[in-house]
Design a protein around this ligand. Structure first.
Ligand code: PHE
Length: 351
């Protein structure tokens, strides 16, 4: 094979593999140029003076041609990849590929929107809590029977015993200890109890509300709850009934029932054909206020707590809680919300 055939083969190599084969045929151990270089040893000095520079030039030409072809083939490959992996972001999203917002997230957004309008900020606390924040500071001492009411998950480990928070009420404590009153917060989040059936899952969501201020009474509490429930269920015929109850961290305490009625064979919130329980609430116990370093003679407040999943079920008509956490896309497709329908008070929170 002469020099020009060698170069032609390199220049015409259709892909990187054939280029490499051409490289080996020229410069490899038994390649043609390697053989020519070896032949220099057997030449007379006169022959070598002529052939030497010729062979070296040939080797340089071939090496240069290989590098140039390699660069060209690689850039062709890159262009091909860029063409096939192109994403046109201006195309409309494909219906079946579109994600949706889980009803729990949707309801939490609705609640944040409603309470923001009433001047409540969103507060957070850890899901792995210490005993003091989850129980003791909330006026639930070690021997208190209310501890047994909560079916607590305990977290094993060295040092101080920890629990998975059984309610969002410890966020009351964390907030009162971290900021000065007046305080107005809601605290949505995950809570855990060892319980499982159609209406209970070991992990579920609660939302806590807390106002600490001067001269706060049950009237403020009832107005706040009524305003919130009317906005949330998007109806004016919401009727509340406060039943005396007991929580260690509120005094007095009440359970709130909301009136329901039958519409198209379904029980819906609104009207007053019957009652269902939706909330626990009360005036923050003076001992809880004192536990957070505040003077209960100066500061009073109300607190309430309710299940976010339950609110979602009541508003959007699911009757089983367990599929909320199954991750079944068919359920999500049916009950999920468009990511673009952000709840607003003007546009309708449950849009
Ligand atoms: N933490 C209570 C529960 O989990 C609810 C509650 C919150 C009651 C605040 C009163 C005040 O059941």
């Amino acid at each position: 094979m002469d020099a020009s055939t060698l170069l032609d083969r390199i220049i015409a190599a259709p892909d990187l593999a054939s280029l490499d084969a051409a490289r080996i045929a020229a410069l490899g151990k038994s390649g043609q140029i390697t053989a020519l270089l070896k032949s220099l040893g057997g030449m007379t000095p006169d022959q070598r003076a002529v052939e030497g520079p010729r062979i070296h030039t040939l080797r340089e030409d071939v090496t240069g041609a290989i590098a140039a072809r390699k660069a060209a083939l690689e850039s062709e490959l890159l262009d091909q990849r860029l063409a096939t992996e192109r994403v046109d972001l201006s195309l409309p999203a494909h219906e079946t590929l579109r994600g949706s917002v889980h009803p729990v997230s949707q309801v939490m957004d609705e609640l944040a929107e409603i309470f923001a309008d009433l001047g409540f900020a969103v507060a957070e606390g850890p899901e792995i809590e210490d005993d003091w924040h989850n129980f003791t500071a909330l006026n639930i001492p070690e021997t208190h029977p209310a501890r047994a009411m909560h079916d607590t998950f305990y977290v094993a480990g060295a040092g101080e015993p920890r629990v998975l928070r059984t309610h969002t009420s410890p966020v009351q404590i964390r907030t009162m200890m971290a900021q000065k009153p007046p305080i107005r917060i809601i605290a949505p989040g995950r809570v855990y109890r060892s319980d499982s059936d159609a209406t209970h899952t070991p992990m579920f969501h609660q939302i806590e509300g807390l106002e600490i201020n001067k001269g706060i009474n049950m009237g403020h509490l009832k107005w706040t709850l009524e305003t919130f429930l009317k906005a949330f269920f998007e109806r004016d015929d919401i009727v509340l009934r406060l039943r005396p109850s007991y929580f260690p961290f509120t005094e007095p305490s009440a359970e709130v029932d909301v009136g329901w009625s039958m519409e198209k064979g379904r029980r819906v919130v609104g009207g007053s054909e019957g009652w269902m329980e939706v909330l626990g609430c009360g005036m923050v116990h003076p001992r809880v206020i004192a536990n957070c370093g505040l003077d209960p003679a100066e500061w009073q407040g109300f607190a309430f707590g309710t299940g976010v999943d339950r609110l979602a079920m009541l508003k959007y008509g699911m009757d089983d809680l367990r599929p909320f956490f199954d991750g079944d896309l068919r359920w999500m497709k049916h009950y999920g919300f468009s990511a673009l329908d952000v709840p607003t008070l003007s546009g309708g929170v449950g849009a």
